[in-house]
Design a binder for this molecule. Structure first.
Ligand code: DX5
Ligand code: ZN
Length: 216
C-alpha cells in the first residue's frame, strides 16, 4: 500500500525533520494540505513553506492538495515551489478542464478530489484525464476527524469505472484513515494510496506507523 503522510499533523517547528523521518521509513510522498480560509474555514500553509521543504528534500515527491478557491490561479506557483502532484476540488468553482490543462502545462501530475457531500458522479467524467482521484474520507478543512463510511462506496465506484475503462490513474483516500480499521477498509474498497495525518504523526513511533501502513 502506498502512503502519503499529511504533514498537517506534523510539528511545524521541525517540519523538515518530520518529512525526513517518514520518507526514510518508506513513505512514498508527502501530502501537503493547502487551506485558504475561503474554500475551507481554516488556513494552513502556502508557497514559501513548500519552497523550503523542496529545497531541503529535493528528492521528495510532494502531493499538494489544494483546498482553495481559484486553484488554477496558483498552479504555476505551486509547481515552481516544488509540487509534483497537484490535486484540486471539483467544488472549487474553477473550470475543471482548464485547471487540468494548467497542471499538465506546469509539468505536474493531475489530481481531482471530491468532498463528502459531492456525489461520486461528479468525478467519473474526468477519470480519463487525471492521474489521481482523491476521495475525501472527511469534510476537508481539518485533521483528526472520523472517517465517513460512505467514502468506501465512492472509492469502489471510482475503482470500478477505472477498471471498466482500463485507466491507469491512482486512487487515494484522505481523512480519518487509520491502521486498525479504516485503512484496511479503504484498501479493500480499491484505494492505491492512503493519506494519513494524525495516525502517522501522532503515533508513538512514527517510523513504525509508516512501515505498518505500507505493509497493509
Ligand atoms: C483534511 C486534510 C487531510 C488531513 C488528514 O482536510 O485534507 O489531509 O490532514 O488528517 P487525518 O489523517 O488526521 O484525518
Ligand atoms: Zn489532504
Amino acid at each position: 500500500m502506498k502512503l502519503s503522510p499529511s504533514i498537517l499533523a506534523a510539528d511545524f517547528a521541525v517540519l523538515g525533520a518530520c518529512c525526513r523521518t517518514v520518507l526514510d521509513a518508506g513513505a512514498d510522498m508527502i501530502h501537503y494540505d493547502v487551506m485558504d480560509g475561503h474554500f475551507v474555514e481554516n488556513l494552513s500553509f502556502g508557497l514559501p513553506v513548500l519552497q523550503s521543504l523542496d529545497k531541503a528534500l529535493p528528492d521528495a515527491v510532494f502531493d499538494v492538495h489544494l483546498m482553495i478557491t481559484n486553484p488554477r490561479r496558483y498552479v504555476k506557483a505551486f509547481a515552481e515551489a516544488g509540487a509534483d502532484w497537484i490535486t484540486f476540488h471539483v467544488e472549487a468553482e474553477d473550470s475543471i478542464p482548464d485547471t487540468i490543462r494548467a497542471i499538465r502545462t506546469a509539468g505536474c501530475k493531475v489530481g481531482l478530489s471530491c468532498s463528502p457531500d459531492t456525489p461520486v458522479e461528479a468525478m467519473l467524467p474526468w477519470l480519463s484525464q487525471i492521474d489521481l482521484a482523491l476521495v475525501m474520507g472527511v469534510q476537508p478543512g481539518q485533521g483528526r476527524q472520523t472517517f465517513l463510511p460512505e467514502s468506501e462506496r465512492k472509492i469502489a465506484a471510482i475503482r470500478a469505472e477505472r477498471d471498466r475503462l482500463g485507466l491507469a490513474l491512482e486512487i487515494s483516500v484522505d481523512g480519518g484513515v487509520n491502521l486498525a480499521t479504516t485503512g484496511p477498509l479503504c484498501k479493500a474498497a480499491g484505494a492505491d494510496i492512503l493519506v494519513s495525518g494524525s495516525a502517522v504523526f501522532n503515533a508513538p513511533d512514527v517510523a513504525v506507523a509508516v512501515r505498518a501502513f505500507r505493509a497493509l
